[in-house]
Write a protein of this length. Structure first.
Length: 227
């Protein structure tokens, strides 16, 4: 009787590598620019405790890859084709899977967009010109469940989020004001009383820190232009 094949043994180095990989922080990089994706991947894979497990170039791909790979951390650009970064945050936040721990990479040209991301669950923010060490540190801290806000971004984010937000009805009233409508005309168009319109206008002026309707309209248009 011929002896059967000898059992195949895994090389000790392979076992060690597998053990090391299982303890690395897994990251999904999402950006529509290939050079940025590759640059972030090289920076993160250069650390012994971090591993990029996937790259996505648009919002739809990001959602699909997250559900497939379930990375511990996602680095997400806000401006993406097919589905913007804010919508990606909301879509993934509604899943039954563990909610993603997301780092937003931004040029910070829109305070409003960054505020939306924070309210949608983003854990950290980084400028796209951030140093490699800062990027790695943000990944480590977010993986531990912490937040990460560099001082320059943190100050601007707090200032932006402290601004009172107009209610949907107040936005409707402000739009009518911008079109030159009177209180009576606004009330008729929105099916509310003239006194209710006056109440909304007073609230709008207070929230926008404006002294008159014209200034309120100017401030609102300036904010809209930064979105």
């Amino acid at each position: 009787m011929e002896p059967g094949p000898l059992p195949k043994h895994t090389h000790p180095l392979e076992l060690t590598k597998s053990h090391e990989d299982s303890h690395k922080i897994t990251v999904l990089v999402v950006d529509d620019h290939p050079l940025i994706r590759e640059g972030l991947t090289q920076i993160l894979n250069g650390a012994n405790d971090i591993s990029v497990v996937g790259q996505a170039a648009d919002g739809n791909e990001a959602c699909a890859m997250y559900q497939q790979l379930l990375p511990q951390v996602m680095i997400l650009d806000l401006r993406l084709p097919k589905m913007p970064g804010i919508q990606v945050l909301r879509e993934l936040g509604s899943l039954r899977h563990p909610r993603p721990r997301v780092i937003i990479m931004t040029s910070f040209d829109s305070d409003h967009a960054v505020c939306q991301a924070a309210r949608a669950g983003a854990k950290a923010f980084l400028q796209k010109i951030a140093e490699p060490q800062q990027i790695r540190e943000a990944v480590r801290r977010v993986a531990r469940g912490e937040s990460f806000f560099p001082p320059d971004i943190g100050v601007r984010l707090l200032e932006a989020m402290s601004k009172p937000q107009l209610s949907p009805r107040e936005i409707q009233v402000l739009e009518k004001l911008a079109n030159g409508k009177s209180n009576k005309e606004i009330g008729a168009a929105l099916y509310i009383t003239e006194n209710t319109v006056k109440h909304h206008v007073k609230s709008i002026l207070k929230k926008l820190d404006a002294v008159c309707r014209a200034e309120a309209i100017t401030i609102a248009l300036r904010r809209a232009g930064s979105k």
